[in-house]
Design a protein around this ligand. Sequence first.
Ligand code: ATP
Ligand code: MG
Length: 344
Amino acid sequence: GLQVSSQRMRNRRKEIACRGDIERLTHCFLSIYESLIPPDEEKEKQKQLLASLEKLVNKEWPRAQLFLYGSCANTFGVSNSDIDVCMTLDDDGTSKSDILLKLAEILESDNLQNVQALTRARVPIVKLMDPVTKISCDICINNVLALVNTKLLRDYAQIDVRLRQLAFIVKYWAKSRGVNETYHGTLSSYAYVLMCIHFLQSRRPAILPCLQGMKATYVVKIDNVDYGYFDKVEELRDFGAVNNESIGFLLWAFFDYWAYCHDYANDVISVRTAGIISKREKDWTRRIGNDRHLICIEDPFEVNHDLGRVVDKYSIKILREEFERAADVLQYDPNPSVKLFEPY
Ligand code: ATP
Ligand code: MG
């Protein structure tokens, strides 16, 4: 008990000592954030491409619909990102592979470029590039949960602008430092945004609420399971206002948490409950197959799904060193707004 409380006091002292300097950085980080926001013309082009693709697929599947998901729809996307599209269509027993192969054939004959069906990926997709807008696009089939988690992220972003600011800078940092590559054992953009939401839910006073812990005003039924949460976020616009922590301070505190405070051996972060769950409770204490659970991030809807499962014993070391580097750069470096994003 004593040890924990003295550790806490040390952290608290560090927080306070750090505050003055870091406030000066807020201004700098806000201009980086502004420069990353995609312009309206780009959003417009994405919508037009979506509409023309929908028209095309409707010739084969009249009832099919196309939806944007991922960063182009959750408001966490920076300029010039690829777009993620989900095609919904009635299940008539045709396999996803066959649908994707047919889709690829249709797209190819309409002169879309680099068309490729990846039928054996974890999420099977067709890739393409539109030669007119130069936008690259991945299309998946009936991935309704991805649409729901996209809406959840978008709704959280509307409650307090600091979430979008923090997540943009964290994503920009992760891409610059090479730790946003799931095929190399580091974390997805989706995982980083969940880490930011959880972090802001944990501030005292809290900056974000727990939407899944409130009365569900939005519910989707998938395979007979209800997925829901409170989505009247316009009623929550002032939620975080009692906490006036600046983005410079929050960015440092975010990295400091993942560098020096998170209990990697025992804890799972959970946006669903706005808290910490023990690994033991989830039975995530040992390696099963390829899931090592070295950093545990619960998916808000697929609760058996650990977004940290891509992380292995090599990449966990890289990740933790990068969190430490970022926290130290923000605290001690004379020019942190450049040094933080220095290519690795
Ligand atoms: P960017 O493309 O800007 O790096 P993104 O949000 O599009 O960011 P991804 O991590 O590729 O990046 O995720 C796209 C979407 O796919 C997410 O918003 C989410 O809806 C879904 N998704 C990605 N990974 C998972 C996962 N492991 N489990 C469930 N859904 C996921
Ligand atoms: Mg994407």
